[in-house]
Design a protein around this ligand. Structure first.
Ligand code: GDP
Length: 195
């Protein structure tokens, strides 16, 4: 499913550039380096589809991909401490407008590194999603990098963070783009979201 069927559509820098809201849309968000590009590439079976590096100076774009009857949307990685304030503000404005105004946006997948669990900046995004009334679901990334005990700690920490967020979908998805774990599950979830 989706493998080889995903194409880059466009990068959007303003609300006026959004493609028509004519299909179910899901979105991927996460801290820089969380493994978002790797996950999107694993999901779509197209290496290099999502750019592997997001640098702070670069234009912050919302990238749209078409995957059959869905849009898959890649939000820029957040959490660059040294990004210029003007860039951060412009980006936050666009993000707020997009999240609150996109009726076909069914779910945001918030990626969290299995080594660290939810951090303060992840909670900020979750709070924004609560305010925007957009359902989000946490995807733990890089689970191949942690031992079971550490994974359990990160899961407990993340579940505790989620309990404070009304827009959170309670079930976490555990993934490793490296090993392919959780990828079929994620594909099935995306394919199964009702229009
Ligand atoms: P992004 O900034 O969120 O798009 O993160 P990338 O996808 O570029 O990944 C950041 C780093 O983590 C890269 O060095 C990847 O090779 C590595 N990485 C991503 N996913 C995994 C994974 O599932 N397992 C392991 N071991 N490394 C991963």
């Amino acid at each position: 499913l989706f493998a080889g069927e995903t194409d880059f559509l466009k990068g959007v820098v303003a609300m006026s550039g959004l493609p028509p809201a004519d299909r179910v849309e899901v979105c991927f968000a996460g801290r820089s380096n969380v493994g978002k590009s790797s996950l999107i590439n694993a999901l779509t079976g197209r290496k290099g589809l999502a750019r592997a590096s997001n640098t702070p100076g670069r234009t912050q774009e919302i990238n749209f991909f078409t995957a059959r009857d869905r849009y898959i949307v890649d939000l820029p990685g957040y959490g660059f401490a040294n990004a210029p304030v003007a860039v951060v503000e412009k980006w936050q404005n666009l993000l707020k407008q997009y999240l609150s105004g996109r009726q076909t946006l069914r779910r945001v997948f918030v990626l969290i590194d299995a080594r660290h669990g939810a951090k303060a900046v992840d909670e900020e995004i979750m709070t924004l999603l609560d305010k925007s009334a957009v359902t989000f679901q946490v995807v733990m990334t890089k689970i191949d990098k942690v031992k079971k005990g550490a994974l359990d700690d990160a899961l407990a920490k993340t579940r505790k963070a989620l309990s404070k967020h009304p827009a959170a979908y309670p079930e976490l998805i555990l993934t490793s783009s490296e090993k392919g774990e959780g990828i079929p599950t994620l594909r099935a979830i995306i394919a199964g979201i009702d229009a």
